[in-house]
Design a protein around this ligand. Structure first.
Ligand SMILES: [Zn+2]
Length: 124
């Protein structure tokens, strides 16, 4: 088995990846949900991808106007998005009752710092 995040081989029975330190999990396991981030298409800031983090670890990127799903193990996750001068944070709880959490994340332009908003659009 290889690490879901960094791709390095994982010793059987390990709880954490020896290479990147992240918790070992497989998206095929039963205790896995999906976080879906939808980003509206906007002219301003369009060249920069949203960087999506869960508990401080980079999950991946969401380009302008796109929707991307990231597998996550059940549990409480602090979700952080950064995009150039913009950022936003929220907390989600993923479990058997709510394995799929979808967030609509528009960016609100400010004078000094842009704010990324989190709007729950689906949870079941
Ligand atoms: Zn790893």
């Amino acid at each position: 088995m290889n690490c879901y995040y960094c791709g390095m081989p994982i010793t059987n029975g390990s709880t954490f990846c020896q290479n990147c330190g992240r918790q070992v999990f497989s998206p095929n396991q039963n205790n896995t949900g999906y976080l879906t981030i939808s980003r509206p298409k906007k002219f301003l800031g369009c060249a920069v991808a949203y960087k999506v983090y869960a508990n401080g670890l980079l999950l991946g990127k969401v380009p302008n106007g796109q929707t991307v799903s990231f597998p996550l193990p059940y549990g409480v996750h602090n979700i952080f998005i950064r995009c150039g001068m913009g950022e936003g944070m929220t907390q989600i709880t993923m479990n058997e009752q709510y394995p799929n959490i979808a967030l609509y994340c528009p960016m609100e332009l400010g004078l000094l710092k842009n704010k990324i908003n989190f709007i729950l659009i689906q949870s079941n």
